[in-house]
Design a protein around this ligand. Structure first.
Ligand code: SAM
Length: 264
């Protein structure tokens, strides 16, 4: 799988690609990442990549021509029979989620275009961009953080990248866990907190009883999902992933505990 990233700030990716468990995916070529500095494709002494917006208004707009030149160079190097999709990170795009990440993790890659300034000349988008991806309903200064989010999420789904094989399947949103949120985690010491008010780890986790531990984790996932992301629970129910007992139990929980994420 190969991702080509078109950016004005390739240096932002260097520490990212060399850190954490996912670096194995990048250095080993499982997820090959090629960085392209857009400025290398700009003309003139100043290597200008942006200009004022027609019609006036604040900020600058990325010019179409350097982007087109850069994309042509990427395409020439990739030399593909079926060109990889060109993806623009943009608030307009479809919001990134687990199913989309899983599809990219199974793909042959893409050309990722990172916008800056007020955005990109629409004519380049109309002519060359196949898909747009948003990280959420907020505005970033550039597409680089969104590109890193996608590359990170894709890399950790590759076989052998995480230390524990298959551990990503136990993460939130994974179909293996019916698309629910992850359960709480605890580690040593078994009592921790302010002196005199130390909190214990739930007894069941210290019991060594694997079946009961798994039942506890399932109940925690259901309860957390009901409380924080009822939409995911609705989807799991609609897909027939809850047993009748779980369905009844979760229904009672939701009525009894209205706490939610509204505060943050
Ligand atoms: N004027 C644009 C708007 O209001 O939609 C915002 C431009 S933003 C300052 C510069 C670049 O950051 C965008 O071209 C895009 O590539 C990236 N960007 C900003 N917010 C994003 C988001 N939520 N998801 C993905 N990329 C984003």
């Amino acid at each position: 799988m190969r991702f080509d990233v078109i950016t004005l700030f390739p240096e932002l990716f260097v520490p990212f690609l060399g850190s954490g468990v996912t670096r194995r995916a990048y250095s080993g070529g499982q997820v090959a990442v090629h960085l392209w500095n857009l400025r290398d494709f700009a003309d003139g002494n100043y290597r200008r990549v942006d200009d004022r917006p027609f019609g006036g208004g604040p900020g600058m707009v990325m010019m179409a021509e350097p982007l087109a030149q850069c994309l042509a160079a990427v395409r020439a190097e990739r030399a593909e029979v079926a060109p990889a999709p060109a993806v623009l990170f943009s608030p307009i795009g479809r919001r990134l989620d687990h199913p989309a990440v899983a599809a990219w993790a199974d793909s042959s890659g893409a050309v990722l275009v990172c916008g800056r300034y007020e955005g990109i000349d629409q004519r380049f988008i109309d002519l060359h961009i196949d898909r747009q991806i948003s990280l959420g309903d907020f505005v970033l200064s550039g597409g680089e953080i969104a590109a890193m989010a996608l590359l990170d999420a894709v890399a950790r789904l590759q076989p052998g990248v995480l230390n524990d094989q298959g551990s990503h399947q136990l993460d939130s949103f994974n179909p293996v866990l019916d698309g629910l949120l992850d359960c709480p985690h605890y580690t040593r010491p078994d009592h921790w907190g302010p002196p005199g008010a130390e909190r214990p780890v739930p007894d069941v986790l210290m019991s060594g009883h694997h079946k009961q531990i798994e039942q506890w984790r399932r109940a925690q996932r259901l309860a957390l999902t009901a409380r924080h992301r009822p939409d995911l629970l609705v989807a799991a129910r609609a897909a027939g992933r809850l047993t009748p007992d779980e369905d009844r139990w979760v229904g009672g929980l939701a009525a009894a505990d209205p706490q939610d994420n509204d505060a943050l």
